[in-house]
Design a protein around this ligand. Structure first.
Ligand code: TMP
Length: 236
């Protein structure tokens, strides 16, 4: 598969066209960002780890019947993905209070929530990704009512599978963010990445952070921690 023109540069990935119309190539970068890009550092080895972690998780989800854009790994930092039209939404699921939820509502971090709480954010850097509800999504034409329902249904299924998967490897899935896209056939599928950059993962025994909060909160080096997550996934 040939890597052709660069289509998109994100904070942690570059997306290229390939010689196949419906296949793109995602290159994971050695770059860490937080605070909507205000904090930014080169972190050697991060691209390789997130490429591999996302690949393992997307393969696992596909085995459990949750279709997604992942096709295959082509190098340590690159993977082939299906071409989709991305929906400009960040869909967050919270099983346990942490991060912005704890801050906004004054709930102590680590408090179990009685059911998974879904939140939507408008994916727009210029606006700082504002919080939004179903009606905002609909009125702005980001997705139809049916598509919103489909996104919610799939997100809850993804959460159920991931909570179980992480439990098997001694990790509590506190919260995470997913994104969706529509294929040329109009099918809504999971896209982007699922990695310690996009999830809060706490060790089940020690409650140690195994995720990007290490970077966001200046708690140390993320590389050994991301490596630990990859090793646990590989030994599952
Ligand atoms: P939050 O508590 O900061 O709102 O984050 C909730 C979860 O979503 C957390 O696992 C990190 C993830 N997330 C992203 O992946 N990208 C983002 O831009 C934001 C705001 C959160």
């Amino acid at each position: 598969m040939e890597r052709n023109e660069l289509l998109y540069t994100g904070k942690a990935k570059k997306i290229y066209a390939t010689n196949q119309e419906n296949v793109l190539l995602a290159e994971y970068l050695d770059q860490a960002t937080a605070l909507n890009g205000l904090k930014k550092d080169k972190v050697e080895g991060k691209g390789r780890l997130n490429n591999q972690i996302t690949g393992r998780i997307f393969e696992y989800l596909a085995e459990k019947g949750i279709g997604n854009h992942y096709l295959k790994e082509t190098s340590k930092t690159e993977q082939l993905i299906k071409r989709v039209e991305m929906i400009s939404l960040e869909v967050v699921v919270r099983n346990v209070s942490a991060g912005s939820f704890s801050k906004r509502f004054g709930v102590e971090e680590g408090t179990d929530l009685p059911f998974p709480v879904l939140e939507f954010y408008y994916k727009k850097d210029k606006l700082d990704d504002p919080f939004m509800n179903d009606e905002h999504i609909f009125v702005l034409g980001i997705a139809t009512k049916e598509e919103i329902l489909e996104i919610k249904k799939q997100t809850i299924e993804i959460n159920t599978v991931l909570v179980e998967m992480f439990k098997k490897i001694g990790i509590r899935l506190i919260d995470f963010k997913v994104e969706f896209g529509k294929t040329a056939d109009g099918e809504m599928i999971l896209a982007d990445e699922i990695s310690p950059d996009t999830c809060r993962l706490w060790d089940s025994t020690t409650s140690d952070h195994l995720d990007k909060d290490i970077y966001r909160r200046d708690l140390g080096n993320i590389i050994p921690v991301y490596q630990e997550v990859l090793e646990r996934l590989n030994n599952m």
